[in-house]
Design a protein around this ligand. Structure first.
Ligand code: NAD
Length: 233
């Protein structure tokens, strides 16, 4: 007899990493209040001033590498003791993996990787190292951050939609649900699924989600303990 464990999909955004010291995009100290996103996170910006784009992502890579997972990331990783867990994240910082989550689908890329600018998308692992102008991939094209920029296709959105559609529980953490197509994932949750959203603040809570207002690092450990207890784990 095979016992299948309930499936949880955790959708995360920049807020889960705020307590690790990485700024979110739209909060008061958010990155977009310092830089114009059109200049730093778009193919047009890359064409116009690649050095500024590289400087921006080189700084973010160093900050992400120096950061440590927090209690929120660790609570999500602990869910694997009782559930089939898929983390679908908009974050590029790698903190879910470092907290121990084993299945993480990245919607917007990973800051610790670079790729060439050809469509072959060859990747190299930079860890915390900067990318410099003139540094090429094996196919001879300039390296760029392996980040999905505004206006670019989101290759993992289809697989993410399929995961959400099969979930018994959907947990949304630390996203303003304002960047599409990621924000639309909540609408793929099946009617029977338990749905919870955790955030410091949220303009619009999706229809049948329960809203827990507060810090992920404080709210997730008791929620996860309750769910693991309920699952007999
Ligand atoms: P956002 O900045 O738009 O929204 C952040 C949300 O998190 C807000 O609702 C805020 O109230 C909430 N929040 C802030 N601190 C919190 C905490 N301690 N606990 C719980 N919730 C908290 O972020 P978003 O929705 O992820 O925006 C999307 C874009 O931001 C994506 O493109 C993503 O790639 C990018 N991003 C990623 C990182 C990262 O990898 N760490 C950092 C900044 C931005």
């Amino acid at each position: 007899m095979t016992l299948t464990r309930p499936r949880i999909v955790v959708l995360t955004g920049a807020g889960i990493s705020a307590e690790s010291g990485l700024p979110t995009f739209r909060d008061l100290d958010g990155l977009w209040r310092t830089y114009r996103w059109e200049e730093l996170a778009s193919p047009e910006g890359w064409r116009r001033h690649p050095q500024a784009v590289l400087d921006f992502y080189n700084q973010r890579r160093a900050a992400a590498w120096a950061a440590q997972p927090n209690a929120g990331h660790r609570a999500i990783a602990a869910l694997e003791r009782g559930f089939e867990v898929d983390v679908v994240t908009q974050n590029v910082d790698g903190l879910h993996e470092r907290a121990g989550s084993t299945r993480v689908l990245h919607l917007h890329g990973e800051i610790e990787y670079a790729r060439g600018t050809s469509i072959r998308r060859l990747r190299i692992h930079l860890r915390d190292q900067p990318i410099v102008l003139g540094q090429c991939c094996a196919d001879g094209t300039q390296l760029r951050p392996d980040i999905v920029w505004f206006g670019e296709e989101v290759p993992n959105i289809g697989p993410a939609q399929r995961l959400v559609a099969m979930a018994d529980k959907v947990l949304v953490v630390g996203t303003s649900l304002s960047v599409y197509p990621a924000a639309g994932l909540v609408h793929h949750a099946p009617p029977h699924a338990e749905k919870v959203v955790v955030a410091l603040d949220l303009d619009t809570v999706p229809g049948d989600f329960r809203f827990l207002r507060g810090k992920a690092g404080e709210l997730l450990p008791p929620l996860v303990a309750e769910w693991l207890h309920g699952a007999g784990a």
